[in-house]
Design a binder for this molecule. Structure first.
Ligand code: PEP
Length: 227
């Protein structure tokens, strides 16, 4: 099982060092931390597995505010998230840019967590399957690719997909692409055992609860001992 903590725009280098000095993930789970760009160096120095929250598809160039695979690899970063719903909703990310980012990162030797998931309106209109098919169809089958199913209505809202909803979506994604699938959307120590106990759930992508070392460790513990 893989449990990744997406710190979004929280924790500078000092807080990153403090967290990682205290973080002792249990055996039997791969724990990945995804700090903001400015804290990547401090995070890598801990010796833990560190991913960025995004990566561009060109090796270098006039792309203000972006980061390249070369820079990440030089820093010792092992992978990147692409297509997070906050990137799609707030920063104009599209299926095409997600494809470009994922393909280039994988070619460059980074691991990739590609996020997919439907909006609340899309679920209510019965479009979840179509949305997932469309978002997954642009992703390449690759041994270093992991997909995160993150229903947008469950991210940062305290609402969680039911274990049955997660299982159904994960099974669909796995029928389209033979990759591990993480669940993301308000994962907490209390709901992690049931979600991670679903047969098609291969781990979790955790936002808010990954900022606290105790709650993130508890989620890693649930992944190490699935019910
Ligand atoms: C996320 O940022 O990917 C996420 C799932 O956030 P949260 O756990 O806070 O819902």
């Amino acid at each position: 099982m893989l449990v990744a903590g997406n710190w979004k725009m929280y924790k500078g280098p000092g807080e990153t060092r403090d967290f990682l000095a205290a973080f002792r993930p249990p055996d039997g789970v791969e724990a990945v931390i995804c700090p903001p760009f400015g804290s990547l160096g401090a995070a890598v120095a801990s010796g833990r597995t560190i991913f960025a929250q995004n990566v561009h598809w060109e090796d270098e160039g006039a792309f203000t505010g972006e980061v390249s695979t070369r820079i990440l690899l030089e820093l010792g970063v092992q992978g990147a998230i692409v297509g997070h719903s906050e990137r799609r909703q707030l920063f104009g990310e599209t299926d095409e840019t997600v494809r470009l980012r994922a393909e280039h990162a994988l070619e460059a030797g980074l691991r990739v967590i590609a996020c997919v998931g439907e909006l609340n309106e899309e679920r209510e209109r019965g479009e979840t399957e179509d949305v997932l098919r469309r978002q997954v169809s642009v992703l390449p089958e690759h041994e270093a690719l992991v997909v995160a199913y993150e229903p947008v209505w469950a991210i940062g809202t305290g609402k969680t997909a039911t274990p049955e909803q997660a299982q159904e979506a994960h099974a669909l994604i796995k029928s389209l692409l033979d990759v591990p699938v993480l669940y993301g959307g308000s994962v907490k120590p209390e709901n992690a055992p049931e979600l991670l106990g679903q047969p098609a759930v291969d781990g979790a992508l955790v936002g808010g609860a990954s900022l606290d070392v105790e709650s993130f460790t508890a989620i890693c513990q649930a992944a190490a001992t699935p019910s």
